[in-house]
Design a protein around this ligand. Structure first.
Ligand code: UT7
Length: 330
């Protein structure tokens, strides 16, 4: 049986740091409230013209992942970008990445699945490798959420940030790699988190970002409750499918939307927080990019060893949610 294995990871975030203190000058909020309610201390914000739009961040993350995996861009058969903030409505961010990498052989497309875009993309690429439609694939989660943030809405603008992460996949015939991907969606709850057609005023201290003519609305409280249940349930289903228990999980790498959501999910799964990777304090919620950035940081910190079971779990607009069990390969 062929499945995909991860052979390289990479990530990047914009240079500019926006702290909670900075946000206090923009909206009626406080460092204390943001840390207590979300766990976020700062986030990264892209600057116009500095090579930090979605596809440019995606390209930097990809180059790092390709270098680690020892795969040349010309050997890629597929590039998938999970994003809700492509540079343009079309063409896809993936096509810009393909051009920048000169990955001429690769089929390139975006996946729009809210914050679950990376895991949805991972599932598509895994299936393509398993069915031998493709050999080497690049799966990316990349966002420039600052461009669609409503900077007048304190209930959402404190949460979001920009960044990108990527993984390189190659075929494995061993018992390692992506053991499963579980995906779910429920459009009935689309109105808990969505984009709407209205431009908000970009505050003076952020005049280096680019705003798009639509913004983001969220019913945080109801979303919070759905997130905890959906994340815990799909993570449990993914483990059960592979005959694994929570004790087998070396590292849980969850979507980073809110530290309280992550803690509540871990508690439901009986996974101790020492086995949960979080970096939300540095980057906030970067939507599709949270999992590949966290996975790359965990990998580069040496937290993952060959044979370790890694559980990836996500939740986002759509609603969409998903989980993947990975047996680490290197
Ligand atoms: O990535 C996709 C998935 N995303 C999620 O799942 C996010 C889920 N939701 C959340 O993370 C949380 O609901 C939030 C962080 C968005 C909000 O936290 P909360 O504990 O649910 O707060 P709340 O919305 O119930 O608001 C509590 C209070 C309100 O004031 P009153 O009505 O009690 O006087 C808000 O107006 O906190 C107020 N508030 C703020 N205060 C200071 C809301 N935002 C802020 C703020 N600073 N930034």
């Amino acid at each position: 049986m062929i499945r995909a294995r991860i052979v390289g990871t990479g990530s990047t975030t914009p240079k500019r740091i926006l702290t909670n203190k900075d946000l206090e000058t923009i909206v009626d909020t406080s460092d204390d409230w943001i840390i207590r309610r979300t766990g976020i201390k700062e986030r990264r914000i892209s600057t116009n013209g500095q090579g930090e739009n979605t596809s440019e961040l995606a390209t930097v993350a990809s180059l790092k992942a390709l270098e680690m995996g020892g795969i040349l861009p010309g050997d890629l058969d597929m590039i998938v970008v999970g994003t809700v903030t492509p540079d343009r409505q079309f063409p896809s961010a993936a096509c810009f990445v393909q051009k920048a990498l000169n990955a001429s052989k690769a089929v390139a497309f975006d996946v729009s699945a809210g914050c679950s875009g990376f895991l949805y993309g991972l599932s598509v690429a895994n299936n393509a490798i398993a069915t031998e439609t493709c050999k080497n694939a690049l799966v990316i989660g990349a966002e420039r959420l600052s461009s669609i943030t409503n900077w007048e809405d304190r209930s959402t603008c404190v949460l979001l940030g920009d960044g990108a992460g990527a993984v390189v996949l190659t075929p494995s015939t061993n018992d390692d790699g992506i053991l499963s991907t579980h995906l779910q969606s429920d459009g009935n709850f689309w109105n808990l988190l969505y984009s709407y057609d209205e431009r908000s005023k970009i505050p003076e201290i952020l005049d280096t970002i680019e705003g798009k003519p639509f913004s983001l609305r969220m019913e945080g409280n109801r979303l919070f409750k759905k997130a905890v249940t959906c994340l815990a349930d799909i993570a449990a289903a993914a483990l059960k499918h592979n005959g694994l228990s929570c004790d087998d999980v070396k590292l849980l790498v969850p979507h980073q939307a809110n530290l309280r959501i992550i803690r509540a999910m871990a508690e439901r799964l009986s996974i101790p927080m020492e086995s949960v990777y979080t970096n939300i304090e540095k980057y906030g919620n970067t939507s599709s990019a949270t999992i590949p950035i966290a996975l790359d940081e965990a990998n580069r910190e040496g937290l993952l060893k060959q044979g370790d079971y890694v559980l990836l779990v996500t939740f986002g607009a759509g609603l969409t949610w998903g989980a993947s069990v990975v047996k680490w390969s290197f």
